[in-house]
Design a protein around this ligand. Structure first.
Ligand code: FES
Length: 185
């Protein structure tokens, strides 16, 4: 069986077809790159995760934040508890001059384990969850580092105006909700 070369330029019309093997190899490389991302570009990639918008609510101020010291706040409902934290490291969805201020829900997306008080500043991570030990990376949109959870930790979408920090939406599904509406499932 002969294989034709993958065309590099439009004028290489004698090589217009790609073999099945070449197609699979090229596709596999693209899928792998999409899955692992490129070093240093995780926060630059566009986000396509489910995002629900809610009324813009002031939750804190940049000048009041200390690196590695989380602040609790409720959003978008009084029973949905989150933390606002300055990581000291550029993060996906981060706001502020250093793009390092992020906010996350405090209920594990696996089975609702409480994550309060488990922020680890040395790793910019939350966890391990007390139920099944999942840990989440706050620099990468709450991605699972290890453990049983398969979903990222829901991230609170932030905006900054002057010194004020506002919550404007939720990216992901908070545990216990079938959708990010006012009532629990
Ligand atoms: S509830 Fe958190 S890992 Fe299972």
């Amino acid at each position: 069986m002969t294989e034709k070369m993958i065309p590099l330029h439009a004028d290489q019309d004698e090589h217009l077809c790609m073999s099945r093997r070449q197609f699979l190899l090229a596709g596999g490389a693209m899928v792998t790159l999409a899955a692992i991302g490129l070093p240093g570009e995780v926060w630059a990639a566009p986000l396509h995760a489910l995002k629900a918008s809610y009324p813009r609510t002031k939750i804190g101020s940049l000048s009041a934040l200390k690196k590695g010291v989380p602040i609790d706040f409720a959003y978008p409902y009084p029973n949905v508890q989150n933390i606002l934290v300055k990581l000291g490291t550029k993060a996906g969805g981060g706001v502020g001059a250093d793009m390092d201020v992020v906010a996350f829900n405090q209920q594990c997306p696996h089975m609702g384990g409480p994550l309060q008080g488990s922020y680890k500043d040395a790793f910019q991570a939350i966890g391990p969850c007390p139920l099944h030990l999942t840990t989440f990376d706050l620099t990468r949109h709450g991605m699972v580092i290890s453990g049983h959870a398969t979903e990222s930790l829901p991230q609170i979408v932030l905006e900054v105006q002057g010194d004020d920090i506002y919550a404007v939406g939720v990216q992901g599904l908070v545990y216990g909700y079938s959708a990010m509406t006012a009532k629990k499932a």
